[in-house]
Design a protein around this ligand. Structure first.
Ligand code: COS
Length: 380
């Protein structure tokens, strides 16, 4: 068993780290404070090949493996969790769904643009009344000639305002249960789409999160991703991939908070010595390091399975639940180690704690991940 990174993975790690330090760190606090979307950074990430990392070169992607991909998202999120999730969604929900399930028309027309960074994608699944229970969605599409007409609302759409196109799951045969949903891709400027007011969020405040209303939105039948009726499967397989991205985001937040805690505990003196010399603090650091190491191995194992063509449902769920809970744990402990200073915006751990919590919620809550894991171990 060899845990070392390949030359290519190490190069990706270093490039992502340099980018995060040089391009993201300088403005991260201001973007969080003023809710500024990191447009320039996202464009640059596209130029570097980070927006379509696992897409094959044939379709203008970077042709990297999934291990390299999760390393990149970890490094970006270690500094800026908002940019991390914008990048992750484009890679693992949008590009992955199109690469796995799209036909040549969809790949040539849409995937190329998402993969080379020309376009940014937003994934539209959740609705006001349907979150964990995805199948209870109300949005529908009916067939009209060689077009489908979409009506309904979607909620909590990350990048919904700043993206260029949407991938949306709707019911195309409302009586057919799992087999009655279809996924489409459509440009943002398609007539009939109304973008709601951005949500004011606790964390990842540099992302935009909006509701969308679709009123008689016409989309060509050839924009379907996968077969008609296969929307649920496209969505669940994309979410398996997406959960690796969110896990990587959580891991990056945990690592970032851990590094801040080490730095502060070595600088801050009380009772005549740095607080890192007190067992109460050093044991916190030891526990953080242990969880981060376990989280990283779990995530890279799931990513390795994906690259090996093995099923990843429960492994992606384990990685997501563990990495996201490690993020909240480490950010909370980092704030505690900083004492009163950690509770202010003068130190980044306050932002990291706010950013961490969402990783336990989106792309499937921790409770949903445990359902996926429990079903797999009980063979249901
Ligand atoms: N990949 C591809 N297909 C899958 C799959 C996966 N990981 N998991 C299940 N499927 C298929 C099943 O094989 C089944 O197809 P058949 O009927 O042809 O056999 C179909 O999808 C339905 O599967 P299942 O019966 O397991 O679905 P459930 O309704 O029981 O729902 C959960 C399962 C709860 C796990 C699912 O609804 C879920 O993941 N919900 C969370 C959604 C979510 O993450 N929302 C947040 C979105 S933020 S973008």
């Amino acid at each position: 068993m060899d845990f070392r990174l390949t030359e290519e993975q190490e190069m990706v790690r270093q490039t992502a780290r340099d980018f995060a330090e040089n391009e993201l760190r300088p403005g991260v606090a201001e973007r969080d404070d003023k809710e500024i979307f990191p447009r320039e950074a996202v464009d640059k990430l596209g130029e570097l090949g980070f927006m379509g990392m696992i897409v094959s070169e044939e379709w203008d992607g970077a042709g990297m493996d999934t291990v390299a991909y999760v390393i990149a998202i970890e490094e970006i999120s270690r500094v800026d969790a908002s940019t991390g999730i914008i990048c992750s969604i484009n890679n693992s929900l949008i590009c992955y769904a199109l690469q796995m399930h799209g036909d040549d028309y969809v790949k040539d027309t849409f995937l190329r643009k998402f993969a080379n960074g020309t376009w940014l994608g937003a994934f539209c699944l959740t609705e006001p009344g349907s979150g964990s229970d995805a199948l209870s969605m109300k949005s529908t599409a009916y067939e009209d000639g060689d077009e489908w007409v979409i009506n309904g609302s979607k909620n909590w759409i990350t990048s919904g305002k700043n993206c260029d196109a949407y991938v949306i799951v709707v019911k195309t045969d409302p009586d057919a249960g799992h087999h009655g949903t279809t996924t489409f891709v459509l440009p943002k400027d398609t007539p009939g789409i109304t973008i709601g007011k951005p949500e004011e969020k606790m964390g990842i405040r540099a992302t935009d999160t909006v509701s969308l209303t679709f009123q008689d939105v016409r989309v060509p039948a050839k924009n379907a991703i996968g077969g008609f009726g296969d929307g649920f499967k496209v969505m669940l397989s994309a979410l398996d991939s997406g959960r690796l991205g969110v896990a990587a985001q959580g891991l990056g937040i945990a690592q970032g908070a851990f590094e801040e805690a080490i730095k502060y505990s070595k600088e801050r003196e009380q009772f005549g010595k740095p607080i890192s010399h007190f067992q109460a603090i050093s044991f916190k650091l030891a526990d953080m390091a242990t969880r981060i190491t376990a989280a990283r191995q779990l995530l890279r194992y799931a990513a390795w399975r994906k690259d090996a063509g093995l099923p990843i449902g429960p492994e992606a769920a384990m990685a997501k639940v563990y990495c996201s809970e490690a993020a909240t744990y480490c950010a909370l402990e980092a704030v505690q180690i900083h004492g009163g200073y950690g509770y202010t915006k003068d130190y980044p751990v306050e932002r990291m704690l706010r950013d961490a919590k969402i990783t336990e919620i989106y792309e499937g809550t921790s409770e949903i991940q445990r359902i996926v894991i429990a079903r797999a171990i009980l063979d249901e």
